[in-house]
Design a protein around this ligand. Structure first.
Ligand code: PMP
Length: 379
């Protein structure tokens, strides 16, 4: 039977995007490819309101995190890490290895750090950068990026780095308006492309920071190595992932057809419908209501459900979800609902969750959550 991939990335890849990966691979200097790569870069800058440069390159989200830190800090600098969970914490080791002094503001999983707390911390000493994970995939919480951006704007020597791996192309992100200096993501989440490409978008301020640093220790992910290529993709620094670039371009064409704000609104509506549907079954969403992500839901089991058994049944019934992380391992499942999924996918997903809960003896009123989902979607 069909297995719908409902983990929070990789997400289902639309046929037209897959077709781009199946194309005959050309030389990186091929004029058609050079034109397409340039078009992709320009479109990304325009969609995300980036006044600097967009770098869509081979690698994953973690390398994008590394590129953001590499080009905006130097050994000995202070970095403020705002962590809402597992992926926020990933910046700690990454920064410490580079010899940065790290301060961390965390919070209970499912809640957010307040912008006021961030402002207080930023006032205490000079930070060359602050990192915030827009949606921490471990908790399903969305950080208030615009409000945090308004705070960071007051500190002109601080670069605002946003990890959008589980957010970009689904949660609202306008770099200029929100004061974001570096926005980074991977191809396999809300863009709905296969894994293997990352995207770093750097503001003018971030490019200036890089220019002030002289030679940096990193080579592959140095902005300065890639700037001439982004300007003119006929130039060579390291071989671009040609078919993935085409796939990403197709994803961006889909975003342009949909309209980016419509895409954000669609994600919001879908997420609220999904969350209402699972809650109607007696399951709990970890994130506080006002801070829930639109890209995924982290759903806590009712007492007496065995995680491994439940997720196996879900797989037999046709959907794959992810397990909980750290303290939530065995206690929750994580359900992605981002990218190019449609109403068919969502109705099937909720119906499958109902069947699986029934098979573990926790649900009888079949169709209840599907009903809630449908009425929310029809609003
Ligand atoms: N940040 C966040 C918020 C993520 O969800 C992930 C991946 N789940 C990463 C960073 C790391 O990305 P990748 O696995 O593509 O290296």
């Amino acid at each position: 039977n069909k297995r719908l991939v409902c983990i929070p990335g990789p997400t289902p890849v639309a046929r037209c995007i897959q077709d781009q990966m199946a194309r005959e691979t050309v030389a990186f200097g091929d004029p058609d490819f050079v034109r397409d790569y340039k078009q992709l870069i320009e479109d990304l800058k325009s969609i995300f309101d980036c006044d600097g440069e967009a770098f869509p390159l081979a690698g994953t989200g973690t390398l994008a995190m590394e590129m953001a830190i590499a080009n905006n800090t130097k050994s000995g600098d202070n970095v403020l890490i705002v962590s809402h969970g597992y992926f926020g914490d990933r910046f700690i080791d990454l920064c410490e290895r580079k010899g940065l002094h790290v301060d961390i503001i965390g919070c209970e999983w499912g809640t957010v750090v307040s912008p006021a707390e961030i402002e207080k911390k930023l006032s205490e000493k000079e930070y060359s950068a602050i990192t915030v994970t827009h949606v921490d995939t471990a908790t399903g919480v969305a950080a208030p990026i615009k409000e945090i951006g308004d705070v960071v704007k007051k500190f002109e020597n601080t670069i605002f780095i946003v990890d959008g791996v589980c957010a970009t192309a689904a949660e609202e992100e306008y770099m200029g308006d929100m004061g974001i200096d570096v926005l980074l993501t991977g191809s396999q989440k809300a863009f709905g492309v296969a894994p293997g490409l990352f995207l770093v978008m750097a503001s003018k301020k971030s490019l200036e920071r890089r220019a002030s640093l002289g030679t940096i220790p990193e080579f592959y992910c140095d902005y300065e190595k890639w700037l001439p290529v982004m300007e003119n993709p006929a130039k060579y620094f390291a071989t671009p992932a040609i078919n993935l670039i085409w796939a990403m371009k197709e994803s961006v064409e889909m975003i342009k057809r949909e309209g980016v704000q419509n895409r954000y609104d669609r994600h919001k509506k879908n997420a609220r419908a999904m969350q209402a549907a699972v809650e109607s079954l007696g399951l709990k969403v970890l994130a506080e209501k006002e801070h829930r992500a639109v890209t995924l839901s982290n759903i806590i089991y009712m007492d007496g459900v065995d995680d491994a058994q439940f997720r196996n049944i879900l797989m037999e019934e046709g959907i794959i979800v992810a397990g909980g992380l750290a303290a939530y391992a065995g206690k929750m499942f994580r359900l992605g609902h981002m990218g190019n999924i449609d109403t068919h996918d969502m109705v099937s997903t909720v119906a499958t969750i109902e069947r699986a809960l029934h098979r573990v003896g926790k649900h009888d009123d079949m169709g209840k959550a599907v009903g809630v989902l449908m009425s929310e979607l029809m609003k």
